[in-house]
Unconditional design. Structure first.
Length: 299
């Protein structure tokens, strides 16, 4: 199977590229930088790339993906995440791509009613950030392409995931970086944003396995949660990481790290994914956190 990954040089893209290659796929990674630079908002460049490679499956990862930063420039987020997806879908249809896996986000669910937890794919969508809005729009563009043109799309709502190599702009590596810095500089305190939000966090290595299984087995046009089915608070994540530290550290809330609007709880129900593909996670959260902390120390 020949696979093309947009955003293929990013954090998740690198893991997906390695996993698909190990599984025997012929993989092409395109990104805004690297050996084959392609700007997802450049319609002609996307068409040229897909026409040249003629992949069997496209994994669409390219996006501006930081929820907090989406408040700073919502227009840029919409342009990359929505317009870029529209260009990709049109190019895939023109190139005769067999299947497109469009990676969305649990942030599409947004403000969650407690009675809807754990979130199934038919839960209401109440986006609380420009990023969430952009991912809903991208998902519905994919659905429209399936309904109107018969394009074989699979839509994914990925819940938070982490692993070694993720940017420290994100929660787990940010905490790991602060802990490793405190250890190195012999400090006794690390700062965090709000400790209350609850998230469903998976290991990136499990997540990319789910993406490939969906490419092979999912129903066209359908949407699938990729999640662990378990919630953990930011406070518990911070406590677990601090417990792995070589120092006794205090945790202090920094108001500057608190988002203007945050979703209180995002916990998914992944039964549709499991039933369709047989996927099960291979990594527990403690192992993932330890791996991220070791990576931060090595960096």
């Amino acid at each position: 199977m020949k696979a093309l990954i947009t955003g293929g040089r990013g954090f998740v893209g690198n893991y997906l590229r390695a996993h698909c290659t190990e599984a025997g796929d012929d993989v092409v990674a395109v990104d805004h930088a690297g050996p084959e630079p392609v700007d997802i908002t450049d319609r002609d460049a996307i068409h040229a790339s897909l026409d040249r490679h003629r992949p069997d499956v496209v994994y669409h990862l390219a996006a501006l993906s930081h929820v907090g930063e989406s408040w700073d420039d919502p227009t840029a987020v919409l342009r990359v995440n929505v317009e870029g997806t529209a260009h990709l879908l049109n190019a895939a249809r023109s190139a005769g791509v067999r299947r497109i896996v469009v990676i969305g986000s649990a942030e599409e669910y947004g403000r969650v009613d407690e009675r809807d937890l754990p979130l199934r794919e038919d839960a209401p969508l109440r986006p609380a950030s420009p990023y969430g809005v952009s991912k809903i729009a991208a998902s519905y563009l994919a659905l429209q392409a399936h309904v109107a043109y018969g394009l074989d799309v699979v839509r994914v709502r990925a819940f938070p995931h982490t692993g070694p190599g993720q940017s420290d702009r994100f929660l787990v590596p940010a905490l790991a970086h602060r802990i490793s810095t405190a250890e190195r500089e012999q400090r006794d305190e690390i700062t965090v944003g709000s400790l209350d939000p609850v998230r469903d966090i998976s290991d990136v290595r499990d997540v990319v396995r789910a993406y490939r299984l969906l490419a092979l087995h999912a129903d066209a046009g359908e949407v699938y949660n990729v999640c662990s089915d378990a919630g953990v608070s930011v406070r518990e994540i911070a406590d677990r990481l601090v417990a792995l530290s070589t120092r006794t550290l205090r945790i202090a809330v920094d108001p500057d790290l608190v988002r203007p609007v945050d979703v209180a709880c995002l916990v998914g129900n992944g039964s549709r994914l499991r039933a369709r593909t047989g996927w099960e996670p291979a990594y527990c959260l403690d192992d993932t956190l330890a791996a991220v902390l070791e990576h931060a120390r090595a960096g």
